[in-house]
Design a protein around this ligand. Structure first.
Ligand code: HEM
Length: 207
């Protein structure tokens, strides 16, 4: 998979969200993040992450709870400093990991699908709609899509949370799930009210 990163989302951009205040986020995202840190790094790294100052809980997350999304950002910042990996790379890697976990939890949502672009087109109108039925308090991002060609999908992310890199990772995880190669390019155009990123996802047959 080849990624063309036209934009760097640094810590300053992420920290803007602190000013806007927390938006509650479903616990699954936190418990999966904690598990990924434990699996990919170590117990010591996880201890550092859970010791991040000013978390809304003392690091005790349950999958059905709701927590401030700023906790996730604070923990990713700690992780980045601890393991010396850029924040964007960590959030995107987490998205890839998370996709597999979400599919394992809700297999029915991918059951009849066999094409990554067709599936991505259903995130807003089917997948996240079903998620909202299960968890009415979930604050999900909005996606609008345009099929530019049979092999090319434009997908625009809009959210109060600065998690476009999570979306990028989820897109990559999705392509892996369907065993398809994609090239993804993206550019962001945030406003004062929303974070917005437009992705162009192209099927690639390079092998
Ligand atoms: C079977 C597939 C999927 C399921 C079951 C699923 C479900 C969920 C759930 C439960 C959340 C947390 C909601 C909350 O924070 O309260 C979430 C958030 C999110 N989802 Fe999905 N999702 C799926 C696929 C995708 C894909 C493929 C993308 C990317 C295009 C995506 C993009 C996001 C993003 C970026 C968030 C974070 C919230 C935000 O940015 O505002 N999801 N999703």
């Amino acid at each position: 998979m080849k990624l063309n990163c036209h934009d760097y989302h640094g810590i300053e951009r992420l920290e803007r969200t602190f000013i806007q205040g927390g938006v509650n986020m479903l616990g699954i995202v936190f418990t999966e993040f904690v598990e990924m840190v434990e699996e990919r790094f170590s117990d010591d790294v996880l201890d550092d992450v859970l010791d991040t100052p000013d978390l809304s809980t003392s690091g005790a997350y349950t999958s059905v709870g709701y927590y401030e999304h700023t906790d996730m950002i604070k923990m990713v910042v700690t992780l980045s400093k601890t393991v010396n990996v850029p924040i964007d790379d960590l959030i995107s890697a987490f998205g890839e990991h998370l996709f597999g976990k979400l599919v394992a939890r809700y297999p029915v949502l991918v059951e009849d699908q066999n094409n990554v672009l067709d599936f991505l087109e259903t995130i807003d109108s089917v997948v996240h709609k079903e998620v909202l039925k299960l968890y009415p308090q979930a604050e999900l991002p909005k996606f609008s899509t345009e099929r530019l060609s049979p092999d090319q999908l434009q997908m625009t992310y809009r959210s109060k949370r600065p998690f476009s890199q999570l979306a990028l990772g989820l897109i990559k995880g999705c392509a892996q799930h369907f065993k398809q190669q994609v090239e993804v390019s993206y550019s962001s155009s945030d406003t004062d009210d929303y974070y917005s990123t437009t992705f162009v996802i192209m099927l690639s047959y390079d092998g």
